[in-house]
Design a protein around this ligand. Structure first.
Ligand SMILES: [Zn+2]
Length: 245
């Protein structure tokens, strides 16, 4: 190997490292008016794959708590009875797009988020979004407006692609259940921190988890504190200010 080739190689290395973007998590809060009496929060529930947490949805129906549900085509296809129940309560639940096959919105071969492979290229990302949107509108009868990518992590380029397709990217500000892996007590502890305007993320596809119990207890406390729950389509969202600002 010639010396000049080695020099070239070393010069190119940092560029190669920079070329692979780090995925970002989108953090958003609701646009709330300071003069309003009620405290507002939004509950968003991801239906990635797998089953249906009937206890959780039953609790929300009983307590008239609205939620925006992000479902994949895969989940919608596998859970027709759950979809029928959600549609019966369309005043409480909006169904939005979580992709066709739960593929994270990171672009490039060998890219992964939490061990889940991303998209090979922009065309694959667009197909994931389009097929997910078609599945949602086939179920709800109205076009999907929001997109939340699998894992909630995105390449900046992927966000631009999704927004250019006409969808709003749905972030969050309070992660309630870490993908339905937390204990009841820890879910409750996360909900204790909810403030006016927060957007909560949790999961409705793991009925064996403690998410439903933790959310039921935590949401009851928030109702007692005067919180009202809105769907993302009911209000605007804005980027979450940096902590401390
Ligand atoms: Zn998911």
């Amino acid at each position: 190997m010639s010396r000049s080739f080695l020099v070239l190689l070393v010069a190119l290395l940092p560029a190669a490292a920079i070329a692979e973007p780090r995925p970002i998590e989108v953090h958003q809060v609701l646009v709330v008016s300071a003069s309003g009496d009620a405290r507002l929060a939004a509950l968003t529930l991801d239906a990635c794959d797998g089953g249906f947490d009937g206890d959780l949805i039953g609790f929300l129906i009983e307590n008239r708590i609205a939620a925006t549900i992000f479902a994949t085509k895969k989940w919608l296809d596998r859970n027709p009875a759950a979809v029928a129940l959600l549609k019966t309560h369309s005043d409480l639940f909006d169904i939005e797009n979580h992709g066709a096959n739960h593929v994270p919105a990171v672009i490039g071969r060998n890219r992964k988020v939490y061990g889940i492979a991303g998209e090979a290229d922009v065309a694959h990302l667009k197909r994931e979004v389009t097929r997910g949107a078609a599945a949602v509108s086939a179920v709800t009868g109205s076009p999907a407006r929001w997109y939340r990518g699998a894992t909630g992590e995105y390449d900046p380029e992927a966000i631009k692609v999704i927004e250019a397709m006409g969808y709003k990217v749905a972030g969050f500000s309070v992660n309630a259940d870490d993908g339905a892996t937390l204990s009841r007590r820890r879910v409750m502890a996360r909900l204790k921190k909810v403030k006016d305007g927060d957007i909560i993320i949790a999961h409705l596809n793991r009925p064996g988890s403690e998410t439903a119990e933790g959310l039921a207890a935590g949401l009851k406390q928030l109702l007692d504190q005067g919180f009202r729950f809105v769907k993302l389509n009911d209000t605007g969202v804005r980027p979450q200010p940096e902590r401390g600002s």
